[in-house]
Design a binder for this molecule. Structure first.
Ligand SMILES: [Zn+2]
Length: 71
């Protein structure tokens, strides 16, 4: 898998995340060994489910956030 940010190599990795009131959640995702970009299953699901919304990625998509603020 290629990083969409820097086109670097991404590897499978495990992450511990904090989710609302459910406490700690362990999930598997992808991490770029070059720039540290993280793509998790939640982000991927959002990209697939809401392609027609005004903006993509919503809360967890750091790339979209950076793109908007860079303009
Ligand atoms: Zn990268």
């Amino acid at each position: 898998m290629r990083c969409e940010r820097c086109k670097g190599c991404m590897i499978r990795d495990s992450f511990v995340d904090l989710r609302d009131d459910t406490g700690r959640v362990l999930f598997e995702g992808w991490r770029c060994i070059n720039c540290g970009e993280v793509v998790d299953p939640v982000v991927l699901t959002h990209r697939i489910d809401v392609p027609t919304k005004p903006y993509r990625g919503q809360t967890r998509d750091r790339r979209t956030w950076e793109r908007l603020t860079a303009v």
